[in-house]
Design a protein around this ligand. Structure first.
Ligand SMILES: Cc1cc2nc3c(=O)[nH]c(=O)nc-3n(C[C@H](O)[C@H](O)[C@H](O)COP(=O)(O)O)c2cc1C
Length: 357
């Protein structure tokens, strides 16, 4: 039997298998940045995963930058997330929420009134983003965060963890990958601060560790994991020092007993090569992601390069991905044009596999 189907744990969370649903923004939070019954149905359909990681969910109004993405800082949002955790638990699943702050990856047309675009330094990310009101728009330059604003962001993450517990989540993941605020602090091209948060690798990891510590204090380290993308260039990240910064960060997270380290390792990763240093420096649960299949994922577990494997796109068109893997049934292909569209189309209407009788 494939080693994907052995029991495991993500920190303090016991899992019946090693298949994690990767976090995926699906842009169905159509009102007040809150999920709804449709979102609950979508996650409930995927409850056979060892662990579901939700879409990136903002910790504050400032942290919200995309159209129709969710947050978890108002009572209405917390109550709406309860629909989601109840739906997953009713089917016997486990679900952790990915907590996110977009930093400079934002457009005012996507933000609630009064929100600001804050980042380590006042450097715009090159690129455009979708807005429902004005289609594609260039991302404006952010304001550089003051020390008080950094402290506020750290406090927002901690409050979001308390909210996630209240909403019934089994754990939380700090989104420190893919070019969002924590990743903007890690990378020298987006962080040109001259204070304690910029310059050396020790200074550039400071924000992530302060956020981590605040999140762990709001629950415990065994329920708080972290996602990183050391070779990532998405959202205008260019990090020539990644091979120093990320092993250091992994070691610091290990000291704290972080529940998991979720590593996005692209198939053709050239920029950052010392992946083994992450495994060495982080003896806890390591989740590997990106472009993996049942076979390549199981091989990584067998080679002891990972403890858990996360699958993103395969879960979109295969709500029953775990059962398909178990039975070697064929996988359906998703329609990328509906990844981010509101409504059930391409979201909750992918059927489970119906085997020939
Ligand atoms: C529609 C879509 C939305 C995504 N949203 C997020 C997100 O909110 N947070 C995150 O960390 N990664 C996000 N990702 C990246 C996925 O978690 C994953 O890293 C990527 O799909 C590669 O894994 P895969 O080859 O198994 O799909 C997203 C990917 C897709 C396709």
């Amino acid at each position: 039997m494939s080693s994907l189907f052995t029991r495991a744990a993500a920190g303090a969370i016991a899992l019946p298998n090693r298949i994690v649903m990767a976090p995926m923004t699906r842009s169905r939070a159509v009102q007040n940045a809150a999920p709804n019954a449709l979102v609950a149905e979508y996650y409930g359909q995927r409850a056979a995963a060892g662990l579901i990681l939700t879409e990136g969910t903002s910790v504050s109004n400032d942290g919200l930058g995309y159209a129709r993405t969710p947050s978890i800082h108002t009572p209405e949002q917390v109550a709406a997330w309860r629909l989601v955790t109840d739906a997953v638990h009713a089917k016997g699943g486990r679900i952790a929420i990915q907590l996110m702050h977009v930093g400079r990856i934002a457009h005012p047309a996507n933000q609630p009134a009064g929100a600001r675009i804050l980042a380590p330094s006042a450097i715009a990310a090159k690129g455009d983003m979708w807005t429902d009101a004005h289609a594609m728009q260039p991302m404006p330059a952010p304001e550089a965060m003051t020390i008080d604003e950094i402290k506020q962001a750290v406090a927002d993450y901690a409050q979001a963890v308390r909210n996630a517990r209240e909403a019934g989540f089994d754990g939380v993941e700090l989104h420190s990958a893919n070019g969002y605020l924590p990743n903007q602090f890690l990378s020298p091209n987006s962080n040109q601060r001259t204070d304690a948060y910029g310059g050396s690798p020790e200074n550039r990891i400071r924000f992530v560790l302060e956020v981590y510590d605040a999140m762990a204090a709001a629950w415990d380290a065994g329920h708080v994991g972290v996602r990183i993308s050391p070779a990532g260039t998405f959202n205008d990240i260019h990090d020539p020092e990644a091979a120093t910064t990320y092993p250091l960060l992994a070691a610091e997270l290990a000291k704290r007993g972080a529940a998991w380290l979720h590593v996005v390792k692209p198939a053709n990763a050239a920029a950052f090569t010392d992946w083994a240093a992450l495994r060495r420096n982080f003896p806890g649960t390591l989740i590997l992601n990106s472009g993996l299949t049942k076979e390549t994922g199981a091989a990584l577990i067998d080679a002891n390069e990972a403890d858990l494997i996360s699958f993103g796109v395969p879960f979109i068109a295969n709500p029953d991905l775990v059962t398909r893997f178990q039975n070697d049934w064929p996988l359906a292909k998703p329609d990328p044009s509906s990844f981010y569209l509101p409504g059930p189309g391409g979201y909750t209407d992918y059927p489970a596999y119906d085997p020939p009788k």
